[in-house]
Design a protein around this ligand. Sequence first.
Ligand code: SF4
Ligand code: SF4
Length: 371
Amino acid sequence: MFLTNRPIWAKVSSSLIFFSALILKLKRLFLLPVKPIFLNFAITYVCNGRCLMCDNWKRYREEPEKIKEELTFAQIGRFVKNNKDWLGNLKHIGLSGGEPLLRKDLVDIIRLFREELPWVKVGLQTNGLLPQPAQKVLSAILAFYPELSLAVSLDGLEKTHDQIRGVKGGYARVIKTIKIAQELGVKEISAGMTVTEKNYEEIMDVKKIVEEFGLEFAFYPADSGDYYHRKRAKSLFPQKIKESLLSAFALFPGDYFRDNFRLQLLGKRQRKLPCYSGLTSFVIDPYGEVKPCVLRNESLGNIKNEPLQKILTGEKAKKIRQEIKKCSCWSLCEVSTSAILDPWDVLFWFLFYANKRKFWQGFKEKQLRLI
Ligand code: SF4
Ligand code: SF4
């Protein structure tokens, strides 16, 4: 139903996909700027989580005055209104944090994006630890934007989740948030698990719980990037969790991200997919700094002081894009966005590695969830 009812522009756009991908590839090669397609907007670092793998919640304990530097609603509004041309190709904005629900103006921010950039899909990432505020905020948002998507974190069974997130009763609150979101009618909800040495043995248990709710399950090894720890750190998934990851990834032989991660863990395939972070996808942090991805801390410029066009076409952006050509990681969000834009490696994997039946099955399930 979803496929046959596609509007004509969608059919035309899919026939042009390889042509567009080729243009993007050339732009990446010659370091030419592109209008952003994906934006991860971290709207606050304030957080009620106390997660073991993240330092965000400590920021304002160490530097309480710094909170005043977070973007105000007026500054976000000016950014959106004054940069409409360079935001014209945007397809998706993911609102993250910290905990975005702790911003009092969250509903206004989403309304602003809907009014000013109505073609853009907006998603909200939450730690799920605030069920009551979530109920209020989600009802208000769904009243004007029923297509909102929601990503909730679930890092293990009750004891493990609470230990990792550092919040007693956190697991129960996450489950409550999921139920509230479902009752309110949020159509697209996913639950994500960050795999570390604390929870790797519970991947399959969490998968089961999430699927019983009928949600999409995502799991990914913890990134140890600048965004979380503000300095480069070693990988958080040592050898001992490799076996668990391999068995869990093996259940998804039709999923590009997971299957390639598995092949890489087995030493059978290196990442071939070029990274488009800093070209088509960006992160804006709560202070307005534009960064290429959540793992790299270099700022291309600040939206408080400069137009987006100047930031993206500047020498600094060009230099960072050059460095990214040699950069490699398996951060789920970034790999997914690059894979959408550069189908060549996906096609190669599909032809020579993928389980085709599982691939189509996963594709259909994804479509059904969206109907
Ligand atoms: S991982 Fe997320 S929920 Fe946990 S402290 Fe960091 S920002 Fe907060
Ligand atoms: S490969 Fe891409 S997403 Fe990963 S750290 Fe480098 S720039 Fe960021």
